[in-house]
Design a protein around this ligand. Structure first.
Ligand SMILES: Nc1ncnc2c1ncn2[C@@H]1O[C@H](COP(=O)(O)OP(=O)(O)OP(=O)(O)O)[C@@H](O)[C@H]1O
Length: 364
């Protein structure tokens, strides 16, 4: 689902601009601090209504302005073109419009423009808390299984109610029963969807990883968030006393994780920085690849901030080949233009954009 037009106003240091990106490879180049990441951030804003660099909206809005706006036209697999507009102002929160209609749900936005981001923070996928890996996993499940979101929302609601009752202190066990049954029901579904997704993802990930780097003993496994030998209702019973003391539910899909191991060790403890980047790229590319193979054949747009960093030339080329083989739209940023220009096949549509002090000019 490539972006065929992109208009950015009031984002960081970027001057107002309208771009017509290539449906395949787009290279954003320029000196440090010129605004390359800000352009990727603007596209991220369009697909997810949030920045990847800041949890607050204020820093994204250009100093001296009250709002930022990003507008894009996205070509869907059916050929239909959706227009998406997102405005974030200092006073209000954000306003999202798809084809002129105000939209409240980020999920709808994410479905219209699925994005995969690879940036220096993506390392958190390996070294960060399980939440990062759950979010990664759920991105994939959300995009391939349309029943996932309502079930996941039911689970969150059930957990919230159970936890708030637990926090009240000495309560009767029976008061929790309706919420526990809601939690257990939704938990089984969430686990089933995650497990089914991972079963499809794993071989794709292993194949992609083997084409990027030799790491034969790297394994990817799934922990569902509670003892695999016991049903969740039994675990909730057993842990009730402790849950009451803590004021929250310890076991369940909210504690699920993906485990990446190198032999018997945590992958993050033994892999080099470059190897970690390649593993993260393989995980993200595997999701993009799987999305494309699904019935709806959706493409996601890849945003790769500072692609060359941490990688030697042969790994850089291997990564570009894999990205290119996906036949998705890709935006990569790099300080060096020439380093990135030669990594693609001659006949793949490629556009180059030079950024200087926030001004973006198409050079190729
Ligand atoms: N709200 C803002 N208003 C104006 N300028 C901003 C704002 N936030 C950040 N900047 C400036 O925008 C510039 C662009 O930063 P950006 O991170 O996009 O650069 P970059 O080209 O990706 O740099 P690097 O190669 O070092 O990663 C920086 O000089 C930064 O100080």
């Amino acid at each position: 689902m490539p972006l065929k037009r992109l208009t950015v106003t009031g984002v960081r240091n970027l001057q107002p601009v309208t771009l017509h990106p290539s449906p395949r490879i787009n290279i954003i180049h320029g000196a440090n601090g010129s605004g390359k990441s800000s352009l990727l951030e603007a596209i991220h804003l369009l697909g997810l209504a949030r920045s990847f660099r800041s949890t607050r909206l204020q820093p994204v809005i250009q100093r001296g302005l009250d709002a930022c706006t990003v507008f894009g036209e996205v070509i869907q697999p059916s050929g239909v073109v959706n227009s998406i507009g997102i405005t974030r102002s200092k006073q209000a929160d954000y306003q999202i419009r798809i084809d002129g209609q105000t939209v409240r749900s980020i999920a709808e936005l994410a479905e219209t423009l699925p994005l995969q981001l690879i940036n220096p923070d993506s390392f958190r996928l390996l070294e960060g808390a399980p939440k990062q890996r759950r979010q990664y996993l759920d991105w994939g499940v959300f995009h391939v299984e349309h029943q996932f979101l309502p079930v996941w929302q039911r689970l969150q609601k059930g957990l919230k109610q159970r936890n708030s009752l637990l926090r009240r202190g000495r309560i009767q066990r029976s008061l929790l029963a309706p919420w526990e049954s809601e939690v257990v029901n939704a938990a089984e579904k969430v686990d089933e969807y995650r497990r089914a997704y991972l079963q499809q993802l794993k071989p794709v990930f292993e194949d992609i990883l083997s084409r990027l780097v030799e790491l034969d003993d790297l394994t990817l496994s799934y922990y569902r968030g509670w003892d695999k030998e016991k049903p969740l209702n039994q675990v909730l019973d057993e842990q009730f006393e402790r849950d009451s003391v803590l004021g929250y539910t310890q076991a369940g899909p909210q504690r699920a994780d993906l485990r990446l191991r190198s032999g018997t060790m945590n992958a993050v403890d033994v892999l080099s920085r470059g190897q970690q980047k390649l593993v993260v790229c393989a995980l993200k590319i595997a999701q993009g690849s799987l999305l494309k193979r699904q019935g709806v054949q959706q493409d996601c747009v890849f945003l790769v901030d500072d692609l060359p960093s941490e990688l030697d030339e042969s790994h850089r080329r291997a990564l570009c080949t894999l990205l290119e083989d996906l036949e998705c739209q890709i935006f990569v940023s790099s300080v060096e233009a020439e380093q990135m220009r030669d990594c693609w096949k001659n006949d793949t549509p490629l556009s180059m954009f030079h950024v200087e002090h926030g001004r973006i000019v198409q050079t190729d």
